[in-house]
Design a protein around this ligand. Structure first.
Ligand code: ADP
Ligand code: ASP
Ligand code: MG
Length: 419
């Protein structure tokens, strides 16, 4: 017997037929004598619809009320799944975020899980009852509902798994594992049997939305065994060939053949800002980025051009697209203090990143990237790197082409011999 957390994403919960399919899978896992907690997402498209209502209600909506609205999607699917399980003869009940409760901290709409009370949950599970938990939602210190940021049900699942000491956290989604790149963009993407926490963390943070970044960080910290699987395979099939997230040691022990690059991701959620003619003097850059940091705006890529006359320089950087208007407002209000001439913005950009721990020991990864893109006439607007990642900013229209040619260049295509 094992204690298992099963998480089902939006596509897997979209409509009663799929919910019945999910219930059949849960029933199968229960019938093998396991204790099961299920974490569910809202039906696909539902959270977007609810966010749309918030925007319609008020351009500057209150984020505490936003949480009240968007948390509703998961409340519906958790109730529906519990009902469906019962109808199939499986004892089940829903546990809403505030009922467990799942305590969260920091801000509404991007709350973080601090702790989960598990006594009642474990008692129910030990009695053979399936616990159905709506993902994405929790409760603030003041008792109000909170949500964990888009894609947050993955994090709910990992947090529940850590709290109840689950043997496994299985993330069922609409693809059958983690691929070398988004399989919806590159048909020749290759499924990975294993990926390390560190690589998955980096891939998720640069746009591979198959897992929310925070869920991977939490799994790594808490040592949760996470597996990504398809919810569309036969619900009674055991040993689905998913992707296991493992430590580096475990990967070494498995003697799996390592590629230099593990994966490629793209992200269309950034916007570029150029401040022209910023005075080239000590403190100028701090006067731009400190206020942005204080406003909790995450700046990602930064380039400061070399100034020819040593007096003025252009500073280019990226921020999340959702924060662009706020960033521009803030910078305009500081125009005299910073001393720039004008702000130029561009939302039609995409960030393409290549990730792999192999980069630590191999030079030339960045050079291959730049040359491959140059050969296709793709212009690079900004660059950033970390120990295991190189990212470039390009024109949004060239996203698919860039991902495809890089996938081939690094020998990742499914029909290519291992590089
Ligand atoms: P869910 O609703 O189950 O949480 P998501 O839409 O959040 O599903 O995540 C699954 C999607 O992630 C896939 O449909 C796929 O298009 C996308 N994706 C992006 N990068 C990758 C990758 N490297 N491997 C697998 N899927 C990826
Ligand atoms: N329903 C939420 C979203 O669409 C959370 C999730 O599905 O993970 O972002
Ligand atoms: Mg998701």
């Amino acid at each position: 017997m094992a204690r298992i957390v099963m998480k089902f994403g939006g596509t897997s919960m979209a409509g009663m037929e799929r919910i019945r399919n999910v219930a059949a899978r849960v029933k199968h896992v229960v019938s093998q004598g396991n204790e099961v907690a299920v974490v569910v997402s809202a039906m696909a498209g539902e959270t977007d619809r609810l966010v749309g209502f918030c925007r319609e209600a008020s351009a500057l909506y209150d984020s505490a009320e936003y949480d009240v609205v968007v948390a509703a999607g998961e409340q519906i699917t958790s109730g529906l799944l519990a009902m469906t399980l019962k109808a199939m003869g499986v004892d089940a009940r829903s546990w809403l975020g505030w009922q467990l409760p799942i305590h969260t901290i920091e801000s509404h709409a991007k709350a973080r899980v601090e702790s989960i009370e598990t006594d009642a949950l474990l008692t129910a599970m030990a009695s053979g009852q399936v616990a159905v938990i709506p993902g994405f939602q929790g409760m603030m210190e003041d008792g109000r509902v909170s949500t964990l940021g888009r894609g947050g049900s993955d994090t709910s699942a990992v947090a529940v798994a850590a709290a109840i000491g689950a043997d496994r956290c299985d993330i069922y989604t609409d693809v059958d594992g983690v691929y070398t790149t988004d399989p919806r963009i590159v048909a020749r993407a290759r499924k990975l049997d294993m990926v390390t926490y560190e690589e998955m963390l980096e891939l998720a943070s640069v746009g591979a939305k198959v897992l929310q970044t925070r869920s991977v960080g939490l799994a790594m910290k808490e040592g949760v065994r996470v597996q990504v699987l398809s919810s569309f395979d036969d619900p009674t099939q055991d040993d689905l060939p998913g992707t296991l997230i493992v430590s580096e040691e475990e990967l070494e022990e498995s003697k799996m053949e390592r590629q230099l690059i593990t994966g490629i991701a793209h992200d269309k959620n950034e916007a570029k800002i150029i401040l022209t003619r910023v005075p080239d003097r000590p403190g100028a850059v701090a006067s731009i980025f400190s206020p942005l940091a204080e406003a909790s705006i995450n700046v990602d890529m930064i380039i400061q051009n070399d100034s020819k006359d040593k007096e003025e320089t252009d500073v280019t950087f990226t921020v999340p697209r959702a924060d662009l208007a706020r960033s521009v407002d803030l910078l305009e209000s500081l125009k005299d203090q910073i001393g720039f001439y004008r702000i130029i913005t561009d939302v039609e950009v995409a960030k393409i990143s290549v990730v792999g721990v192999g980069m630590r020991s191999h030079a030339g990864v960045a050079a291959t990237m730049f040359k491959t893109l140059a050969d296709r006439g793709i212009n690079i607007e900004a660059i950033s790197t970390s120990e295991i990642k190189v990212s470039v900013l390009i024109d949004e229209d060239e996203t698919e082409l860039a991902v495809r040619v890089l996938h081939t260049a690094y020998g990742l295509d499914a029909d290519a011999p291992a590089a």
